[in-house]
Design a protein. Sequence first.
Length: 434
Amino acid sequence: MPFHSSGPLPKIYNEAMKNQALYLVHDEVDYHLVELVIGITTILLYIYAMSSLPSIITSQTDLEQALSIIAKGDVFAIDTEFLREKTYYPQLCLIQIAGNGIHFAIDPLVEGLSLQGLWDLLADERITKVFHAGRQDIEIFYHLTGDVPKGIFDSQIAAMVCGLGDQVGYDKLVHHFLGHTIDKSSRFTDWSKRPLSDKQLSYALDDVIHLEKIYPMLCEVLEKENKLEWIKDEVKVIAALETYAIDPEQTYKRIKLRTNKPLILNRLKHLAAFREIECQKRDLPRGRFLKDETLMDLAATGPKTAEAISKIRGLGSQKNGWLTGQIISIIKQADSADKASWPKMPERKKTERAPAAVLEMLRVLLKHVCEEAAVAPRLIASASDLELLAVSDDKSQPVLQGWRYEVFGKKALAMKAGKIGMALNKGEMRFFDL
Ligand SMILES: [Zn+2]
């Protein structure tokens, strides 16, 4: 398959020529000549690279060539395909990149192919990386490099202030900005299979080709409407190391808890930490090693003998193996640990219950405000934010600070104080000053 070029060849050419024009301002003619020759050679190399690179890169030379072109731009779109059903760590199967006039996929399954060049690009904060719902991709990069890419932009987050709502899908984003409908039939194919079909490959590349085009459009909205600040908190989370670093001791918090008894929670904490470490060691999905429900049953009953353990569901064939001994000793350890170290469930704050009518009015106001500002409600206030607001005017709550206050908080306070009224007019909601 020929190397894809989405038509920006002339752009690179022009850029390079512009650079040459700048050089001509200098004095030394010889120097210009050398620079000019280098410049033209670079252009020729680009043209050569674009015509000779395959759409799926499997060789080191091709990879370096493609990455060197990307490195000369200031932004690129990136996406990955992976499998995570059979392993603890997601198995990276494909990396797609579009930027600076080219797009290509990298085959990370090729033995001996070094991705160091890509890791360097990811670490380069001068170059923006555009993801769509990048959390899982970033998690993979974190696992492989120990770091989070620098210069992250996430189109799904940006879309939250473009009237597209929360967690908008890539297809919807593409349709909204470019009017295309994308073929999703390859979405759930086996990305570890080789060779990938042309259809799989073009589906995978579409994920970055359109994304690269949408990026400047999203930026325009963010800048024009001054909404960069609005998504800052969300971006911070996906760009933070802590989001991806796993502390086995804390993994019990991911389990849907059915109790708040410290004794049981503490056993669960120890058991979950054990499971996490074992799964990391064996690269096994948590559920394949020990299911959440099994951990809960073990924690709740606290078996101290092999016989007691054999009555727990979900231990399967392992119940007579080494696991039985491990579990018994973990439960013993947990029970004898200093009680001060036992987890406590955050006590339910005994704030007054928000009056239902106030809460309902605030919800309606929030909905109205979000529609007008084309922002996903989650960015402004969660359900518990609203509950707090319903009973308190305390200025320190997030809803009453910064842009949230300007967009929503201010009106909410006015409504609570009886200064704003609500009316319906031909099915449309209207708010007016009283
Ligand atoms: Zn994808």
